[in-house]
Design a protein. Structure first.
Length: 362
């Protein structure tokens, strides 16, 4: 009987030992050959058309940190709204034969042609908030913030707060796919809520968007005296930042601001005493960069990826931030907004293997 028990224990021990060996030494077998056998390593280029804002910085940081955690070499570039520089950067990435390219805010037909050329050269591409025709190019993925949801959350909050009756300033710029989608929701909501009246609008995308917006809103406030404007709806946080400064400097904080997107600077502005910025709808920009990188990694590995992918949005209110136990920033926002900045989408077991391997090198 003793021998049988000993034999049973020995078999159990051997099974555990084999499992441990498989975990420690067999994990590398799970890494796709196209990545594991890349002699010179994997080189990624991340190119963003717009810039000059914290959202851009966080997006690029998320893509870079996720790529580097997988052992990739990641280069980033922002064209600060300059189309010529944007397309030149893509051309250079193709010419230098990067293993993959992430493009952000490629809104024109030239971007579609750029992506076609990259794919023809065997370079996989993931595009964020870019031209819809990119989905027609075989093997590419177009990712987006759920712009309809962002617009409905933010503008819906404004409509609710004012019981469907308010005179508003609309801050929006045409030409970018996400802005087109947000504008569609804007038109629909105004049509369904005739008590919401647009009395002025402004919008420009540049390296100085917040400053130009501040000046434009200041001029609007001078033209429309107190009591004639109830709220401002800003479809981009660069607009909301400029509007917040203008409203505060003019002493018109009775005008409330509702935005889209979020950053550390935005959170700080919303939490300041007397801030007119009462709500913003957003997706974590760092997470956007991370997930785009994961999708690209799967493409490089030869794995299936979807044509499109939308990020879920969340509404962040001034009231929620002020009810927090301490000052809220991008690192602690997940303690206030459940699930913020977290997603395991496209995070494959072999990616965790690479992350574990590369963390030990540091």
């Amino acid at each position: 009987m003793v021998n049988r028990k000993f034999g049973s224990l020995l078999v159990s021990f051997m099974l555990v030992f084999v499992l441990v060996l498989a975990t420690c030494y067999g994990a590398n077998e799970k890494v796709p050959a196209k990545i594991a056998k890349a002699k010179k390593g994997i080189k990624i280029m991340v190119i963003r058309k717009i810039g000059g804002d914290d959202h851009t910085a966080q997006f690029l940081a998320g893509a870079k940190s996720e790529g580097e955690s997988l052992g990739f070499k990641v280069d980033t570039y922002t064209a600060n709204g300059n189309s010529a520089k944007f397309h030149d950067a893509i051309a250079q990435a193709i010419q230098k034969k990067y293993d993959g390219i992430i493009i952000s805010h490629g809104d024109d037909n030239a971007t579609v042609e750029d992506v076609k050329l990259a794919v023809e050269k065997g370079i996989p591409v993931v595009a964020f908030d870019s031209h819809n025709k990119i989905t027609e190019i075989k093997g590419t993925t177009l990712t987006s913030q759920a712009d309809e949801s962002l617009a409905k959350l933010s503008l819906g909050k404004l409509v609710s707060d004012y019981n469907g009756k308010a005179n508003i300033i609309y801050l929006w710029v045409d030409g970018f796919p996400p802005m087109v989608r947000r504008n569609k929701v804007y038109r629909e909501i105004l049509q369904n809520n005739p008590g919401i009246k647009e009395i002025a609008r402004f919008g420009v995308a540049s390296a100085n968007t917040s400053v130009e917006t501040q000046n434009a809103v200041a001029a609007m406030l001078a033209k429309h005296p107190k009591g004639t404007i109830d709220a401002i709806w800003a479809t981009w946080d660069a607009f909301a930042i400029g509007a917040t400064r203008a409203v505060k400097e003019a002493g018109r904080t009775e005008i409330k601001i509702y935005g889209i997107d979020v950053s550390n600077a935005d959170l700080q502005a919303m939490q300041e005493k007397g801030s007119p910025w009462v709500a913003t709808a957003a997706v974590d920009p760092k997470l956007i960069g991370e997930v785009n990188m994961r999708i690209l990694a799967k493409k490089i590995a030869g794995e299936a990826t979807p044509k499109t992918y939308d990020f879920d949005a969340a509404l962040i209110t001034q009231e929620t931030l002020r009810n927090a136990k301490s000052q809220v920033n991008m690192q602690t926002l997940n303690q206030t907004i459940p699930g913020w900045g977290k997603s395991n989408d496209f995070l494959e077991p072999w990616m965790n293997t690479l992350k574990s391997k590369n963390s030990k090198k540091k």
